[in-house]
Design a protein around this ligand. Structure first.
Ligand SMILES: NC(=O)c1ccc[n+]([C@@H]2O[C@H](COP(=O)([O-])OP(=O)(O)OC[C@H]3O[C@@H](n4cnc5c(N)ncnc54)[C@H](OP(=O)(O)O)[C@@H]3O)[C@@H](O)[C@H]2O)c1
Length: 334
């Protein structure tokens, strides 16, 4: 019988005192079932990962669970015909890092439907800089364009602008010729946001909130990572047939809206969810390697050694991070 491969992993557990997370040594025979086993090079810290590992959000659906909702690396073994050892891949979404061991480990094993081959010429570091965040940003733009968004029709607002989804959204939208307005709680990061392609940067505190059912129509599109009151304000300030991509809830789950923007301006509020079937995943990853290829990934990523994962999680949980926090899992394995 083969000796199991051992590797470091960051395991999130539930204890009577609450959720805890710690580094452990794991063996590949402890991984969850799946057709594809990957030697992980990089993982990342998404907002959801930070809520999961700190217990600030009820994210983990099966304890204990290796955290990390995305990872990039190289296929070690595969029972799926379309993946073979040596393929460069990314794993993300569905149960990964939530109800199935995720990316914070030297090895990850997942169903083939959660795995995508990297587009030609894309490195593992570039792929994880995109990760779930970049995939969702691209899916949001794809859906917005299907709903009428076009570069000549007006400005596109991106809120929570220094975040992962937002940073990639700014890069992708600017690359496609949109006039992008970045709205951030960190106005000191204006230069970073302009370097990604934002043509205007507004501090969230300076964004007119307004309380009328309809406010001045300013935006043809909006990428919303926040939910809550910022989303409600957005609905009231969209142009006719403006499109909002609702992606996240960093500012809250509930929002107080009214129907006037929808019935008088034809505003479209579209939901974006990254748990998709293989055909759609494949199409979006192909677009990320071609017509939606980002230009500024090296500015967006910040690479942290695996052993500093707990500090990186705290930074994201406290809204202190910028762009995408990438975890160099491979370096911990020699
Ligand atoms: N629908 C999906 O499938 C999907 C996929 C990926 C992510 N998401 C969701 O999308 C959102 C963004 O994810 P992410 O990974 O990009 O997160 P992130 O990197 O942590 O970015 C979130 C950004 O929101 C702003 N923010 C944070 N806390 C806030 C608060 N309390 N009030 C107002 N603004 C706040 C900050 O930007 P500024 O300081 O610049 O304002 C922060 O950088 C999250 O809610 C995440 O769960 C959903």
């Amino acid at each position: 019988m083969d000796t199991p491969t051992r590797f470091p992993a960051y395991l999130v557990s539930s204890t009577p005192a609450g959720v805890t997370a710690a580094f452990i040594t794991m063996a590949d025979d402890q991984l969850d079932p799946g057709e594809v086993t990957v030697r992980v090079q990089y993982a990342s810290v998404n907002f959801k990962d930070a809520l999961a590992a700190t217990g600030r959000g009820k994210i983990i659906r099966r304890f204990p669970c290796v955290g990390g909702i995305d990872a990039s690396g190289v296929v070690e073994s595969s029972r799926a015909p379309h993946f073979k050892p040596g393929d460069s891949v990314i794993v993300h979404s569905h149960g990964f890092g939530v109800s199935h061991h995720g990316g914070y480990a030297g090895r990850a094993r997942a169903p083939a439907a959660w795995v995508n081959r990297l587009p030609p010429g894309m490195s593992a570091l570039e792929a994880i800089t995109l990760g779930v965040a970049g995939y969702t940003a691209a899916l949001g733009i794809d859906l917005m364009e299907l709903n009428g968004l076009g570069p000549a029709k007006g400005k596109v607002l991106v809120n929570g602008a220094t975040g992962g989804v937002a940073s990639v959204s700014i890069d992708l939208l600017a690359q496609r010729g949109y006039q992008v307005v970045a709205v951030t709680g960190k106005p000191a990061e204006a230069e970073y946001l302009r370097s990604l392609g934002a043509s205007e940067v507004i501090a969230s505190a300076d964004l007119p909130a307004g309380t009328k059912p309809l406010e001045p129509a300013l935006w043809q599109g909006a990428v919303d990572s926040l939910g809550g009151a910022p989303l409600a304000a957005l609905t009231r300030s969209m142009q006719r047939e403006g499109v909002i991509a609702s992606i996240g809830n960093a500012a809250g789950l509930d929002f107080n809206g009214n129907v006037m923007p929808f019935i008088l301006r034809g505003v479209r509020l579209i939901g974006v969810n990254s748990d998709n079937e293989p055909e759609l995943r494949d199409r979006i990853w192909k677009r990320l390697g071609s017509d939606l290829r980002p230009r500024h990934l090296s500015r967006i990523s910040h690479v942290v050694p695996f052993e500093q994962l707990p500090q990186a999680i705290e930074a994201v949980a406290n809204g202190k991070a910028r762009g995408r926090t990438v975890i160099d899992v491979g370096s911990a394995q020699g």
